[in-house]
Design a protein around this ligand. Structure first.
Ligand SMILES: Cc1cc2nc3c(=O)[nH]c(=O)nc-3n(C[C@H](O)[C@H](O)[C@H](O)COP(=O)(O)OP(=O)(O)OC[C@H]3O[C@@H](n4cnc5c(N)ncnc54)[C@H](O)[C@@H]3O)c2cc1C
Length: 287
């Protein structure tokens, strides 16, 4: 990793193969804000721009300065600015493409910056604290993730997962109104209760985990060797002895049930490698 210090910012340039959490823990230890909420996310730095990795109120797009790519046909290196990467919620120009290999990523961080406390569950933990340190926020994120089986832990079967299987749907105001009406009509919620939701620039985000549970797949639901994690409704777990096909069939069952119940098609978050295009999942990205 290379570090460039300027008066008001620090740029950390990491090679694609570096573990993301190494960059996060270094930043937190040095007091550079910007990545602390991404603590404990498994994977390499080079993969982070692909789906604009994010968690607990932060996304890498917020602090990526540039991404260096190698073009497989032109055999040239290029530096793409953050704007050129087309970042959106769990998406970028890199998702589902083969022409670019990401080789380095530059993160611009804030020395002595405050931690990001946007995510309600995380903010709640620090209610009343004057100004928690980056290290305290990292620790809190790690412990929240641990409770949900979202930290890869050897021997913990609940962490045998790709992480969140579906993206949280972002609805227009009208679509959110339709969802509420449907939930009241079905008696899932009593008028004027609302499903959990967060306002985002593109609309209203509804947690996919909540929809999955309401559609009849509570935590711990099993279909033989696969199932919903007992710790997190958005995490599909392979308990062993089954196939990837079994997991995809189960995911497809969930997707259909949510669509039938609420008229929302959940978009799978992982990219599917080695599957044919007739994968039984709508809106899946295949390589
Ligand atoms: C327990 C668990 C928890 C998770 N929690 C989160 C979370 O909170 N938030 C979140 O956003 N994600 C989460 N994920 C998903 C995962 O951590 C990210 O997708 C991560 O970026 C994957 O990194 P990887 O190196 O394993 O990439 P891979 O899974 O190997 O690849 C992911 C995609 O990126 C492409 N890719 C990888 N490296 C490069 C490169 N150098 N150049 C071009 N393309 C590349 C691959 O082709 C593939 O399409 C979680 C996963 C698990 C297992």
């Amino acid at each position: 990793m290379e570090v460039e210090k300027r008066e008001e910012t620090v740029t950390v340039i990491a090679q694609a193969g570096t573990h993301l959490d190494e960059v996060v823990s270094l930043s937190v230890a040095e007091g550079w804000a910007g990545l602390e909420c991404l603590s404990g996310i498994p994977g390499s730095v080079g993969a982070t721009p692909v789906q604009n990795v994010g968690a607990y109120g932060q996304e890498v797009a917020e602090c990526i300065l540039w991404v260096e790519v190698f073009h497989r046909e032109h055999l040239t290196f290029q530096r793409l600015s953050c704007e050129a990467c087309g970042f959106a919620y769990r998406s970028s120009i890199f998702r589902g493409q083969r022409q670019w290999i990401i080789t380095r990523v530059a993160f611009r961080l804030l020395p002595q910056g405050s931690p990001t406390l946007r995510y309600p569950e995380l903010a709640e933990l620090f209610r009343g604290s004057a100004r928690p340190s980056l290290a305290e926020v990292r620790q809190a994120v790690l412990s929240l993730r641990q409770k949900k089986g979202m930290v890869l832990t050897p021997g913990l079967p609940e962490s045998r997962t790709v992480g969140s299987f579906f993206k949280n749907p972002v609805l227009s105001f009208e679509a959110f109104e339709r969802l509420k009406t449907r939930l009241w009509e079905q008696g899932v919620l009593l008028f004027p209760q609302e499903p959990p939701n967060f306002a985002v620039p593109a609309g209203i985000k509804v947690p996919a985990a909540w929809l999955v549970e309401q559609a009849g797949f509570p935590k711990g639901t099993r279909r033989g060797p696969v199932g919903v994690s007992p710790l997190h409704a958005l995490s599909l777990v392979h308990w062993g002895g089954g196939t990837a096909e079994a997991l995809v069939a189960f995911a497809s069952e969930i997707q259909r049930a949510v669509k039938q119940a609420f008229g929302i098609t959940l978009e799978p978050e992982p990219v599917f490698v080695g599957f044919s295009q007739d994968l039984p999942l709508e809106r899946a990205t295949c390589l």
